[in-house]
Design a protein around this ligand. Structure first.
Ligand code: ATP
Ligand code: MG
Length: 421
């Protein structure tokens, strides 16, 4: 493995690791690469999330390293973890630990342990290997539970029968790895998973949401969502949650149209697109969705209800603007992706690309100079100017000035629907 490490990890990191492992040795501590990075190194996939486990005291070691290098240090004494932030990357150091669960779904009780304990607490065998970085056995694969064979046979296996009931988020994590790598659940693990689906009820909303967010960072989250549907996981989270071909098609479309930073929120909106008002409230509560995303998701359904108004080719830009202006932009995006009507799509895109930026050339100060006094009259005039500009009825400052003066003279167009508007 030593040669493989040298080829796989960035040079900068290798030099640093040598330095850290020397300091660890001086303190009588052992240091290992663990988890996802070991798995991906064996599979030959890139991964630069560098997790280190220390047999000893990770915080003490990290403090020592920070004193002698230019790293920024963040520590969590309670969990025995530390982060060293360098200019181009971050190292996560954790004290090897043992975990016990007082009841299903509870957060584990953590005590210091050996590397072997630390590997045993992990979700799946493919994540339960380590590579020593100490100079005397640099590059040695540490695999006390014979996990390498599972990786070679493309199997997702839990390390003990109570794994899913201790922490049912592992059900979501398992489906994610299965789909990402094209692996299969080992037979006994598949039975345990099926048995423990009801244990999802013991997991907090935050933790389930966190795993969904993790899934939404996959290249193709829709295949994980589909699998979670087949396994009965989605129904267990919320009875109305489905994973049909529609979701797959729309997730794919979202990816082609949007910035990666917005994708997770868009996926959430598309996931609940078929929900009723009652259903979405249950979903938001079950997953403890934060206020901002809740607003985007509620707006998505609010806009969906009003889409028929946008399905006429004759609808005016000002009508589009005033229909959509109070909604979250991401909710408008979600509807542009979800809607099957080309007309609706065009109108939503027109709002996002153009209408939302349209401003009148004249502002309140300039209207005052034309003799229009501040107050309700000015408000009305500004709104009429804005609508006229949106609809292309005025183009220049002079057009706006003329319209404002004619309105001041009492020439208000009467809107039959809103005579007092
Ligand atoms: P990814 O490539 O998806 O980031 P990862 O293996 O790095 O995969 P993380 O979510 O970053 O996954 O978690 C890091 C490590 O922590 C995992 O490899 C796994 O060993 C462990 N882990 C994470 N969540 C759990 C859990 N719920 N139960 C047990 N071990 C877990
Ligand atoms: Mg990771």
């Amino acid at each position: 493995m030593a040669r493989r490490i040298e080829q796989y990890l960035p040079r900068q990191f290798l030099e640093l690791v040598k330095d850290i492992s020397e300091q660890a040795a001086e303190q009588g501590q052992s240091i290992y690469l663990v988890g996802g990075i070991v798995r991906d190194m064996l599979l030959g996939y890139p991964n630069f999330d560098i997790d280190l486990v220390i047999e000893g005291d990770a915080v003490k070691l990290a403090q020592h390293v920070a004193e002698t290098s230019r790293a920024r240090l963040l520590t969590h004494h309670r969990f025995g973890t530390a982060k060293l932030k360098y200019e181009n990357f971050t190292l996560d150091l954790a004290t090897a630990r043992k975990e016990t669960y007082s009841r299903p779904g509870a957060l584990p009780t953590v005590t210091p342990g050996t590397l072997k304990d630390d590997l045993f607490r992990r979700d799946f065998s493919i994540n339960a290997m380590a590579i020593s970085l100490a100079s005397n056995d640099y590059g040695k694969l540490v695999d006390p539970y014979s996990c390498k064979s599972d990786l070679e046979h493309h199997l997702i296996r839990v390390l003990h029968p109570e794994s899913f009931s201790d922490d049912a988020t592992r059900i979501l994590r398992g489906a994610c790895y299965e789909q990402r790598f094209g692996f299969e659940f080992e037979t006994e693990t598949a039975h345990l998973l099926e048995r423990d689906i009801p244990m999802l009820d013991t997991v907090s909303g935050d933790r389930i949401r966190h795993e969904l967010e993790h899934i939404f960072e996959e290249n193709r989250p829709e295949i994980v969502i589909k699998r979670l549907g087949e396994l009965g996981v989605l129904h267990r989270i919320t009875p109305y949650l489905e994973s049909d071909g529609w979701i797959a098609e729309k997730f794919d479309k979202a990816r082609h149209l949007n910035k990666p930073t917005q994708l997770p929120s868009l996926y959430f909106c598309l996931l609940i697109y078929s929900f009723s008002e009652k259903e979405i409230e249950q979903f938001l509560a079950r997953l403890n969705i934060p206020a901002k995303l809740s607003r985007v998701m509620r707006d998505t359904l609010g806009i969906k209800d009003r889409l028929p108004l946008l399905d006429k080719p004759s609808v005016k830009p000002s009508e589009i603007y005033y229909l959509l202006r109070d909604y979250e932009h991401l909710a408008i995006q979600a509807n542009a992706i979800a809607s099957e009507s080309a007309t609706i799509h065009r109108h939503l895109q027109l709002f996002l690309a153009k209408l939302r930026y349209v401003k009148t050339s004249l502002d309140g100060e300039e209207l005052k100079r034309l003799g229009i006094s501040a107050g309700p009259e000015m408000g009305k005039i500004l709104r009429i100017l804005h609508k006229a500009k949106l609809d292309g009825e005025v183009k220049t400052r002079a057009d706006e000035g003329n319209l404002a003066l004619s309105l001041k003279a009492g020439d208000f167009p009467i809107d039959p629907k809103h005579p007092r508007d």
